[in-house]
Write a protein that binds this ligand. Structure first.
Ligand code: SF4
Length: 62
C-alpha cells in the first residue's frame, strides 16, 4: 500500500505535522510536502493519526 498526499486538496492546516512530525513535513506556509511511500498494515500509529487529523482528506493509504 502507498501513503500519498494529494497536494491539490491540502489547505495548509498543518494538522498532519502537528500529530506526526516524524512522518509528515510541511513547508513554510503550513502545506504538506508531497509523500509517496510504501506502508504496511497495521498502519503505524503516527500515519493513522495523520490520516485522521486531515480535515481535507488529502492523505490516503491505498
Ligand atoms: S492536515 Fe491535511 S490539509 Fe493540513 S497540511 Fe496536512 S495534508 Fe494538508
Amino acid at each position: 500500500m502507498k501513503l500519498t498526499i494529494d497536494t491539490a486538496k491540502c489547505s495548509g492546516h498543518a494538522r498532519c505535522y502537528a500529530v506526526a512530525p516524524d512522518v509528515f513535513d510541511i513547508d513554510d506556509l503550513g502545506y504538506a510536502m508531497p509523500i509517496d511511500r510504501e506502508v504496511t498494515e497495521p498502519l503505524d500509529e503516527d500515519i493513522a493519526a495523520g490520516v485522521a487529523a486531515c480535515p481535507e482528506r488529502a492523505i490516503s493509504v491505498r
